[in-house]
Design a protein around this ligand. Sequence first.
Ligand code: ATR
Length: 293
Amino acid sequence: MAIDGNTKIFGVIGNPIEHSLSPNMHNANLESLGLNYVYLPFHVYEDNIEYLIDGAKALNIQGLNVTIPHKINVIKYLDEIDPLAEKIGAVNTINFEYKSDKTIAKGYNTDVLGAMRALKEKTDIKDKDVLVLGAGGASRAICYGLTEENVNSITILNRNLERALDLAGDITSSTEYTVNFDDFENIDTHLRDTDIIINTTPVGMYPNIYDKPLIYAQQMNPNMVVFDIVYTPLETGLLKEAKKIGATRVSGLKMFVYQGAESFKIWTGKDADIKAMEKSVMKESGIHSLKDF
Ligand code: ATR
């Protein structure tokens, strides 16, 4: 689509931003749907984050994705925040609504929506027992997402037990759930009652692709669903173990594509062309097939 006087702008802010797959993915979608929009990468330094929202409003930017390191810091400059994003404490999508007298910048978290969509595509989540590995920012988002899905139980395992306790405590005090936590030593006890395993740690992520997986095939069973939010590489050590036992696998790449599609839906009210987005991400990552994921 040629850029002309009517072209509208979406973008992603981050530091660094060069490696982001979002511009390619979103432009593939915009092109496929024939929309006169362009999606640009914006390299925004930490010191400039306070000017970002006013600057975007002044330039009539329609929507932004937010990536590392701005997902938390941007919140204080927003006019409104979606309740789930507020609970999570992180925003990855900003929608700008232009009204005659004032413009509203509202924050959302579509990482969580993307993760839940990727999971629900492969399994019912309702009433399931979920084991979450890790207690960092990604775990926080996923756990809050799970509390909105009527799962039966959530257990967090983390190397640093205090961090697991803090996260479990936060969720327990702000939702209807009593979240369990433990350290990795006791993993086998928890695995007996687990339907869904979600890895939110960077274990196995490029360049550390030969990291020892946190769980081996012998500890899993074929009825489990194993979701790794890491998608570089597509098939992590954990997902390789899941394949050995015949468990259902969910890739972080699906989560990435779906978070983008959810952002696009918030900005435009339209459904994204998921196939075009997947094709673009696969091409960028040198992946030929998403079969099995
Ligand atoms: P993110 O925002 O991506 O979640 P983070 O907040 O730094 O990143 O959290 C990373 C999570 O991965 C933490 O739970 C971390 O465990 P600790 O709290 O014990 O540090 C976990 N993690 C990172 N490297 C790990 C490893 N090699 N083995 C196990 N857990 C690891």
